[in-house]
Write a protein that binds this ligand. Structure first.
Ligand SMILES: Nc1ncnc2c1ncn2[C@@H]1O[C@H](COP(=O)(O)OP(=O)(O)OP(=O)(O)O)[C@@H](O)[C@H]1O
Ligand SMILES: [Mg+2]
Length: 510
């Protein structure tokens, strides 16, 4: 007898239905799984065999063939344990019923417990789109799948419970979608604790408001890392659509905390500088989203930028521009989204004191230029705002007065994002930093004096086309924070000033 159970598969960022067919026939005992299974899928045989026996059921004798259709798509992971288990019980007549509208997913332990799996959210979304109405999945993944409105998600602890449920002996209620919990911002580092550094805070506010990339440069202990860590407290809230996108990536990478449903805060990823190119951009034998994609809709913070592996950093160039990273394999290419705000911090030289107002730098000019040149020109070009973080004065440090709290800054950022959302409604642009070339002139309207100023700056500073576009976008954000419809000269002047470190440290035209 041949039976068919529905399940799902995932390749890169896309999920698709998989049909698990089982046939038990009279012949010498054997158990084969066909349909391009990987090693983990093939190992299902042993887990399923043990789970069947340990539940007090009899493992079918004879020739068993399990086919995973479509047969031309690679199947990965341990998610097919449960559908294979159910298909075998149906094929051997130990379970009766119609499960056409139900998707089964889950890894089995030898004793029949259901273990959590990766990629449940994208599979639940694709299953709903394919017309399935019910999902039977491990309890630990239920909150994640229940995000999909209209899908009945049954959380299951172990197969004994599942069989009782399928036989109608017990009732299991579908998982109710988690109500959005109030996010406590208290645990985040706050700008109120950062003394002085007003200019750096202003630049970070602009960066957060428009989603611009930013570079912080300064001597040791001036608070660069501290400032960057405060950034999450002023980032605008995620829209539901963005929450789903980011959660999908976390789900695929298996980084979603157990039992959680959605990532509700913008991610802030801060990989150590020893990270490999594949770890940063994504890759590996079985392609996996990297830190860059895990920071999707949030911040990728590269502390001590010149210490990073050169190849790993250079590989970021194209994905930063496109907002997607493509990983090519013989079997096909995978694209993960990676629309991030890049924040980088660095010292200006190996000893850290080059350009310091009071301490002398002990590095040779060659050592300084070698150090600075580890950050390539094209990467520097992609950092819209360059800001110097000078040492903090004693008066500022010893002051009893608290600085402006993050909540007040966040309000202004949210306000500026609201203006941007209105401007970009109906397009897939989400912030000023992501304005496409065809939309640039229309979105960034300059008053005639502002245009004159930009023209002067362009000629005097020898701006490149990319730098021109980026200055224009930053001016747009500054104007939004200022609630001005058109860009005024003061907005252009501030935006241009954030590119002055190109010349001070790298001695290059922008
Ligand atoms: N502006 C500031 N206000 C209050 N505390 C500060 C400030 N700047 C630095 N500190 C204190 O100094 C510590 C070190 O700062 P931080 O690690 O941010 O320096 P850094 O600029 O990243 O240095 P490095 O270049 O060595 O990485 C912080 O943890 C904080 O306690
Ligand atoms: Mg630091």
């Amino acid at each position: 007898m041949v039976t068919q159970i529905c399940s799902m598969g995932i390749y890169g960022f896309t999920a698709f239905p998989v049909y698990v067919e089982a046939d038990v026939s009279r012949a010498l005992p054997s158990f084969e799984i066909v349909g391009l299974p990987d090693a983990a899928v093939r190992e299902s045989r042993d887990r399923v065999r043990s789970a069947v026996k340990n539940c007090g059921l009899s493992f079918p004798t004879g020739k068993i063939i399990v086919n995973l259709a479509p047969a031309n798509q690679k199947k990965e992971g341990s998610i097919y344990d449960l559908p294979i288990f159910i298909a075998l019980l149906c094929a051997s007549g130990q379970l009766k019923g119609e499960f056409r509208d139900t998707v089964f997913l889950g890894e089995l332990s030898l004793s029949g417990d259901l273990r959590p799996i990766k990629g449940v959210l994208p599979m639940a979304i694709a299953a709903f789109e394919a017309g399935f109405q019910k999902m039977i999945i491990p309890k630990a993944n239920a909150a994640e799948a229940a995000v999909v409105e209209g899908m009945k998600v049954y959380p299951i602890q172990d197969v004994k419970e599942l069989l009782k449920f399928l036989h109608g002996e017990i009732k299991i209620l579908p998982q109710t979608p988690e109500a959005p919990t109030l996010k406590s911002e208290q645990s985040l580092p706050d700008f109120a604790d950062v003394r002085g550094q007003e200019q750096a805070k202003r630049a970070l506010e602009i960066a957060a408001a428009g989603g611009h990339n930013i570079l912080l440069i300064g001597p040791p202990g001036s608070g660069k890392s501290m400032l960057a860590k405060c950034l999450p407290s002023i980032l605008p809230d995620l829209s539901f659509e963005e929450q789903i996108e980011t959660t999908k990536l976390y789900s695929i990478a298996g980084e979603l905390p157990e039992g959680s449903s959605l990532i509700q805060r913008r991610p802030f990823r801060s990989p150590h500088h020893t990270v490999s190119a594949a770890g940063l951009s994504g890759g590996g034998q079985i392609p996996h989203p990297g830190e860059l994609s895990l920071a999707h809709n949030g911040v990728l913070f590269l502390d001590e930028l010149p210490q990073f592996n050169h190849t790993a950093i250079e590989a970021l160039r194209q994905p930063l521009e496109d907002g997607t990273v493509t990983i090519s394999r013989v079997s096909g290419s995978i694209r993960y989204p990676c629309s991030v705000m890049l924040v980088a911090a660095m010292n200006p030289c190996p000893c850290g004191y080059y350009g310091h107002p009071t301490r002398e730098c002990i590095c040779t000019p060659q050592a300084v230029s070698r150090y600075l040149n580890r950050v390539s020109g094209p990467l520097l070009d992609r950092l819209d705002l360059h800001i110097e973080v000078p040492p903090v004065a004693y008066e500022a440090l010893a002051s009893k007065q608290k600085a402006e709290p993050s909540s007040a800054i966040k309000e202004r950022v949210q306000e500026a994002r609201k203006i941007q959302n209105q401007r970009f409604s109906g397009t897939n642009i989400r912030s000023n930093a992501k304005i496409t070339p065809e939309f640039l002139q229309q979105a960034c309207r300059l008053t005639p004096p502002a245009e004159m100023l930009l023209k002067k700056a362009f000629q005097k500073l020898g701006l490149s086309a990319r730098a021109y576009n980026r200055v224009l976008k930053v001016s747009r954000t500054i104007a939004d924070l200022d609630r001005q419809k058109d860009i005024l000269p003061r907005h252009v002047a501030e935006a241009v000033q954030y590119r002055s470190l190109d010349r001070k440290y790298w001695n290059r035209q922008i």
